[in-house]
Design a protein around this ligand. Structure first.
Ligand code: BTN
Length: 251
């Protein structure tokens, strides 16, 4: 299990980490339980780890990080920007280890392979946003992947040949989020302006997969709400609200 004392030492405070041996999904746990802001739920293994678009998140090794952070006090209009901003923060947290960039909206990629994924889930009361759970799966020390994903996935170990203390990486990310959150929440961080620094595919060809249909575009950035801006093959600029960029142009 992840060591709470080691996390607390890096984090500088105690009481923010719930470390579990196994859970269905850290996101489900964080959604179901009443937890103070910036509480982080981490598990060695998830039996039903979820990815975006209803996909499964492979969570069967105790070498990686599977965690969820509770966020409150956010306006619903900031949900997509937060999805983007979380990718920036993760890339920034890892910058001394690896040059990880963001594939819209928030996959972390290194050399065209996926290092981490983010799944944000929310609870509403009436029409008001109550709680946001930011769930992250980060491949840290695993040496190989299941056949199904081995061609598109990577880990910090695979990229660097080194093993890392997961508690240190986790504490750095939570601190990074906590320290920048107020600036982000009050709209003093303009996510669209940061995109050129963090995007893996700006001005490059991408494919967008939506409802089983694949369309080719050239990536042109994001707008203030976090939607993707991309030129279609006839040269007209499209705003893409949902969908996934495929890994088929990424290497
Ligand atoms: C993606 O599809 O890229 C998002 C993957 C998110 C996986 C993480 S692992 C921790 C948290 N719990 C889950 O069930 N999913 C997220």
């Amino acid at each position: 299990m992840l060591n709470v004392s080691a996390f607390d030492a890096y984090y500088g405070k105690s009481g923010k980490l719930i470390s579990l041996k196994e859970v269905d999904s850290t996101n489900t746990y964080a959604v179901k339980h009443e937890l103070p802001p910036f509480t982080c739920v981490v598990a060695e293994k998830q039996t039903a780890g979820r990815g975006r678009s209803g996909r499964q998140w492979h969570s069967n090794t105790d070498q990686n990080l599977y965690f969820s952070i509770v966020i409150d006090g956010l306006d619903a209009s900031m949900l997509l920007p937060l999805n983007i901003f979380a990718g920036y923060l993760l890339s920034d947290t890892l910058k001394d280890i690896v040059d990880a960039k963001v594939k819209w909206p928030n996959d972390m990629v290194v050399n065209g392979k996926k290092l981490a994924g983010i799944l944000m889930e929310t609870t509403f009361s009436g029409g008001t946003l109550e709680k946001v759970v930011l769930g992250i799966g980060l491949n840290v020390n695993c040496e190989s992947f299941d056949d199904e994903i081995k061609d598109i996935a990577t880990s910090l170990y695979i990229e660097t040949g080194q093993k890392f203390e997961r508690e240190k990486i986790l504490a750095s990310f939570v601190l990074n989020l906590e320290n920048s959150f107020e600036e982000f929440r009050s709209k003093r961080i303009e996510v669209e302006k940061l995109w050129s620094t963090y995007s893996a595919y700006l001005d490059k060809k991408i494919s967008i997969h939506k409802d089983g249909v694949k369309t080719i575009y050239t990536e042109k950035g994001i707008d203030t709400t976090g939607c993707l801006l991309a030129l279609d093959e006839s040269g007209s600029l499209q705003t893409i609200i949902t969908g996934d960029i495929g890994y088929d142009f990424c290497r």
